[in-house]
Design a protein around this ligand. Structure first.
Ligand code: DUC
Ligand code: ZN
Ligand code: ZN
Ligand code: ZN
Length: 489
């Protein structure tokens, strides 16, 4: 739209390097990144970033906006969710299309409608909830025509979204042939149903029953199973919302053995613990109900360490918000509390404050885990996830000295609650630029419904590097079959 911006005097951070440089933007694209770019003429808006970090906008790999779920609909749609994201320094997200009665095309149509109000760029993953030839054919159409390169399989939510092992195997094979990444929600759904009944039989009906009914071993089991099935098919696997040490250790082991497994922790799992589910106030306790559950103290620190060491690769949110009225659907039975927490607005600040400010990761690693890694995995780098010549101008300016207090009073989500209520920290996103437009500045949002763009994600990204070779190695490693011809006469 002709807007020209020059960001001067900041530290420009990419995942591979931090440097003192200016950034020149025109028509939504980064045109130059180097020190001392001259101002030129009066039509260039100059933003002073002295003492601040200039970084790629966050990319949240895991959200649920306007999702029909557990008898209701998440309260943040593609407008309020985007408002929240942009105010928190996230300029793109990837949402999960849920098929309509198992139909992928109908699911995509409905999500396109939902996304008509978008105010920032977005992409789609797609869930697979049933299996037949039609689904297999539609998966191909999604990849080849609609720019979807990832499919999610829910190993939990028995009776609705859950897939069985035979479906998961079919799905893994199909993903591999299409160059699409298979993703799993890893919890053993049959065992969760058993665990829930156990709690009800014990008379435990409150939110704490949610945590008790689906312990870490059920996440560890499903994670291990998915990893082994992906190994058997020899295709990459992405494990969403890794919430426990149990699951993380399975990923660590597979990675040590050279398997292509990507682990995604979410903000709630990194910094919260399950004591909150025991709060005597139902409104408070119920807002922490998500699946897999927020774990006992200790898991979060271990997940943070795994993120620092590279066992886990990128941070999502699973932003899936319900207000207190919706959460109250489960006031007499935790099984009816809609599962989900907020995070799309808080992610960038919490990861900065809890990991960079404390010295657990560097500023370049911060950019990697909040943005670049996601762009690389889903094959949209360096258009997204970088500040390089030619990249989309999705940029944030973060002031490391400014302090924040989080909570429903200040957030942009439509929910009346916030799981980070009262949380304080340091490091604030002061400016967000979305494709060359300043959309967040001085605490004010300036966004337009319908201005977001759908980002198509091509198949066969980096995660597929080496798969063909290892397939060939596997075939040649097989002991020669026996030739059982007719016995010689
Ligand atoms: N977990 C949640 O908490 N909400 C959405 C879906 C999921 O798997
Ligand atoms: Zn999930
Ligand atoms: Zn999710
Ligand atoms: Zn490659």
């Amino acid at each position: 739209d002709g807007t020209r911006i020059l960001i001067k005097g900041g530290t420009v951070v990419n995942a591979h390097r931090a440097e003192a440089a200016d950034v020149y933007i025109e028509d939504g694209v980064v045109l130059a990144v180097r020190p001392n770019i001259p101002v030129g003429d009066d039509n260039v808006r100059v933003i002073d970033a002295t003492g601040k970090y200039v970084m790629p906008g966050g990319i949240d790999p895991h959200t649920h906006l306007a999702m029909e779920f557990m008898g209701t609909v998440t309260i943040d749609d593609f407008f309020s969710g985007h408002a929240a994201a942009l105010a928190g320094g996230t300029t793109m997200h990837i949402d999960f299309v849920i098929p309509v009665n198992g139909n992928l095309t109908a699911g995509l149509e409905s999500y396109k409608q939902k996304a008509a109000s978008s105010a920032m760029d977005y992409g789609f993953h797609m869930a697979i909830t049933k299996w037949d030839d039609e689904v297999a054919r539609e998966m191909e159409v999604m990849v080849k025509e609609h720019g979807i390169n990832s499919f999610k399989f829910f190993m939990a939510y028995k009776g609705s979204l859950m897939v069985t092992d035979d479906l998961l195997l079919e799905g893994l094979k199909k993903c591999k042939s299409l160059g699409a990444l298979a993703m799993v929600h890893a919890e053993n759904g049959d065992a969760v149903a058993e665990g829930q009944q156990r709690m009800i039989d014990l008379g435990i009906t409150g939110p704490e029953g949610h945590a008790l009914s689906r312990p870490p071993i059920l996440e560890g089991e499903a994670t291990a199973r998915a990893i082994r099935l992906a190994k058997f098919i020899n295709t990459p696997l992405y494990v969403v919302h890794v919430m426990s040490i149990d699951a993380m250790e399975e990923i660590a082991k597979a990675k040590r053995e050279g398997q292509k497994v990507i682990g995604e922790p979410v903000v709630s799992g990194l910094v919260l613990d399950d004591s909150l589910l025991w709060d005597p106030d139902f409104t408070i306790a119920s807002k922490y109900v998500m699946s897999p559950p927020i774990r006992e103290a200790g898991h979060g620190k271990a997940l943070q360490a795994a993120l620092s060491s590279g066992i886990l690769q990128l941070v999502g949110t699973d932003h899936c918000t319900f207000n207190s009225t919706q959460k109250a659907f489960g006031s007499d039975d935790f099984r009816k509390i809609p599962n989900g927490v907020n995070g799309i607005e808080e992610r960038m600040h919490i990861v900065w404050d809890s990991m960079v400010e404390t010295g657990k990761i560097s500023v370049t690693d911060y950019v990697r885990v909040t943005s670049t890694e996601c762009a690389k995995i889903f094959n949209i780098y360096p258009r997204k996830g970088a500040i390089l010549e030619g990249s989309d101008a999705d940029i944030i300016i973060l002031n490391p000295e400014r302090r924040f207090v989080m909570g429903a009073h200040a957030h942009h989500s439509r929910s009346n609650t916030n799981v980070y209520e009262g949380r304080k920290g340091k490091g604030m996103v002061e400016v967000t630029i979305s494709r060359g437009r300043v959309v967040w500045e001085d605490g004010v949002l300036n966004i337009t419904p319908g201005s977001g763009r759908y980002v198509r994600m091509p198949p066969f990204g980096h995660v597929f590097d080496g798969i063909e070779k290892s397939d060939a190695a596997y075939r040649s490693s097989l002991r020669a079959p026996v030739q059982r011809g007719k016995a010689a006469a």
